[in-house]
Design a binder for this molecule. Structure first.
Ligand code: NAD
Length: 515
């Protein structure tokens, strides 16, 4: 059945997309593997030129790209530039410049003298044809954060964008093909969850999944059926800790942006804020004041700061969580307006206090512009509160003493901890994003991000092939005592044992009749 692309701010139909028939996916995978064999023979410089041509198209047509992102996803135009196009271009620059160096073969250092006749190295080889399944909240940046290193490393990609942002998926693919990426090397697979599921069942060489924790668990289970390696970038409930010495003006602006940009629909947005009791009241007062100035509406109007919620189901998740928290005693200090306007769903930035720790708002991902703020007495309590979550993607600590902030960062259970900033680390191509616990396994960006795209393979050459090995058959009592003495000689911590064994080694060696 045909899928529709809808503007979440207006309900306007933006286009129709034919889903990829699931019956075709195995053939598409075979064609992708054939294309990959040719692509992987090309030098990095040629792959890099193709990706630079792609980046050029993004630069030249940035306005068209930004408008499409804003219309299909609902985010403000400024964010389409600042948090989609900008970091995507940096990712292309980074991997085009660094891939050769990062994936350079590694010479193996052989420690044991008996094995020193060998020469060995590790090569980082592409997996083959990998599946990249993406969500809707950053429809350009998230796929490119994986497609670019996958292609640079020599893989073919089967790319399934979200069913809520299929047109941005089309745009990425068309720009790639126009830049010279062969069609079968980057295969566009459109559709909903059933198509994503069929893609995994077809048996790609690795699955890269970004999306909710609930779907991620299904993806991990489905991948396990073929023992397919999988990378999971999942949901979260990121904590922000505000210490008593933090600058309240800057920390409230950070909280404002970190919690409400992209209408709170960011995997690493601030979803729990813990504030020291000494600065709690001033924090709430100033944040509330700043929240009143935010402008809500369609992202395509350059003045709007809080766009639409992606769809009705997400809007209902947010309302349910807020209502449940209120029932359990929470207070809405600011915002709390939920409304449908011109066919779009909107939630005004909402600040909540007195939130019960077991309410859904504190335990489950909200993915909306709602910020619960909790008071703490000392640092130990703040760490305990921040770590009381099944998720662990990112966190931030705000303090005038960055050394103290970094020490505290080590106690927080998360894939990334930022001192005195929030969210923007996702825009650093050499940074690192990835979660612990139910936020997933695997990393994107940087060196670790491209190492996810390759399978390390060990190569070895024996340079003395005619030499009979001491550990081969036949075994006898001389072989046994040779190894006992050799262990003492090489590894004993006692000097006298090592020196005395040296004199015993040679006669044993001669009696072994292996030389
Ligand atoms: P989702 O899990 O509903 O869907 C993600 C993708 O998976 C979509 O393309 C969807 O069609 C596909 N899919 C659905 N069912 C599938 C199945 N059974 N098998 C294979 N594919 C299937 O997530 P969403 O609503 O699109 O995105 C929001 C979620 O993504 C949030 O939880 C957010 O935190 C998370 N996210 C995480 C990161 C990160 O880096 N950790 C980044 C962005 C978003």
């Amino acid at each position: 059945m045909t899928m529709e692309s809808i503007n979440p701010a207006t309900g306007e139909r933006l286009g129709e997309i034919e889903p990829t028939p699931t019956s075709k996916i195995v053939r598409l995978l075979t064609e992708a593997r054939a294309a990959q064999r040719e692509w992987s023979k090309l030098p990095y410089s040629v792959r890099g030129q193709t990706l630079r041509a792609f980046a050029n198209l993004l630069v030249e047509r940035k306005r068209t790209v930004a408008e499409l992102i804003s219309r299909e996803n609902g985010k403000p135009l400024v964010e389409a530039y600042s948090s989609e196009i900008f970091p995507s271009l940096d990712i292309v620059n980074y991997y085009v410049a660094r891939t050769r160096k990062i994936l350079k073969s590694r010479r193996v250092k052989i420690g044991i003298p008996l094995l020193k006749t060998k020469k060995a190295f590790v090569r980082y080889e592409p997996y083959g044809a990998v599946a990249i399944i993406s969500p809707w909240n950053y429809p350009l940046l998230l796929p490119l954060g994986q497609i670019v290193p996958a292609l640079m490393a020599g893989n073919a990609v089967l790319f399934k964008p979200s069913e809520y942002t299929p047109l941005v998926g089309n745009l990425i693919s068309e720009f790639m093909w126009e830049a010279g990426v062969p069609r079968s090397l980057l295969t566009l697979v459109q559709g909903k969850g059933d198509v994503g599921s069929a893609l995994i069942s077809a048996g790609p060489d690795k699955v890269f999944f970004t999306g909710s924790t609930a779907t991620g668990k299904k993806v991990a289970e489905a991948s396990a059926k073929n023992a397919t390696p999988v990378s999971l970038e999942l949901g979260s409930k990121d904590a922000m800790i505000v210490l008593e010495d933090a600058d309240i003006d800057s920390v409230t602006s950070g909280a404002l942006w970190g919690a409400f940009m992209n209408a709170g629909q960011t995997c690493i947005s601030v979803e729990r804020c813990f504030v020291h009791e000494k600065v709690f009241d001033s924090f709430i007062g100033l944040l509330q004041k700043k929240m009143k100035e935010l402008k809500i509406g369609a992202g395509t109007d350059p003045d709007n700061e809080i766009g639409a919620i992606i769809h009705r189901a997400q809007y209902e998740t947010i309302t349910t969580q807020v209502n449940e928290a209120v029932k359990k005693g929470a207070r809405i200090v600011e915002g709390g307006d939920f409304f449908e306007r011109d066919g779009g769903y909107f939630v005004s930035p909402t600040l909540m206090v007195d939130v019960c720790m077991d309410s859904l708002l504190m335990t489950e991902e909200t993915f909306g512009p709602v910020l619960p703020v909790i008071k703490f007495r000392d640092v130990a309590e703040a760490v305990e509160l921040a770590n009381a979550s099944k998720f662990g993607l990112g966190a931030s600590i705000w303090t005038a003493d960055s050394k103290r902030g970094l020490q505290l960062a080590r106690k927080i259970s998360a894939g990334a901890v930022i001192v005195n900033d929030v969210v923007s680390y996702y825009g650093i191509a050499d940074g690192l994003v990835g979660g612990v616990s139910e936020s997933g396994a695997g990393r994107v960006h940087g060196r670790e991000g491209i190492l996810e795209m390759v399978s390390p393979k060990y190569y070895e050459v024996e340079r003395a092939p005619r030499m009979k090995k001491l550990w081969w058959f036949n075994y006898d009592v001389n072989t046994l005592s040779f190894f006992e003495i050799a262990i003492d000689f090489l590894f004993s911590q006692k000097i006298y044992k090592r020196t005395s064994s040296l004199f015993k080694l040679a006669p044993k060696l001669l009696r072994m009749k292996k030389l």
